[in-house]
Unconditional design. Structure first.
Length: 80
């Protein structure tokens, strides 16, 4: 196996492990989609980078995490 193939395999395994370890922290697809719809229509979304102008977060990541909430109260955190 070549170095690049070994590296790709290691990265793939690491990402899969992180996803498994974090799965209990993430909202379901429906909640994520609802949050993203709200952010996509928000006047504070900077679309070139998909960042919130209020808190600076990357909304595609933030909308997936249950404990996070919108800084201007457009959506709340959830308890899983």
């Amino acid at each position: 196996m070549h170095f690049i193939d070994k590296l790709k395999n290691q990265v793939t395994q690491t990402v899969a492990s992180v996803k498994r370890d974090m799965s209990h922290l993430l909202v379901d697809d429906s909640t994520r989609d609802e949050r993203m719809n709200i952010c996509n229509s928000c006047e504070f979304l900077f679309t070139p980078t998909m960042q919130c102008k209020k808190c600076g977060c990357f909304v595609k990541a933030k909308t997936k995490v249950a404990q996070f909430s919108c800084p201007i109260k457009k959506w709340d955190s959830v308890t899983l």
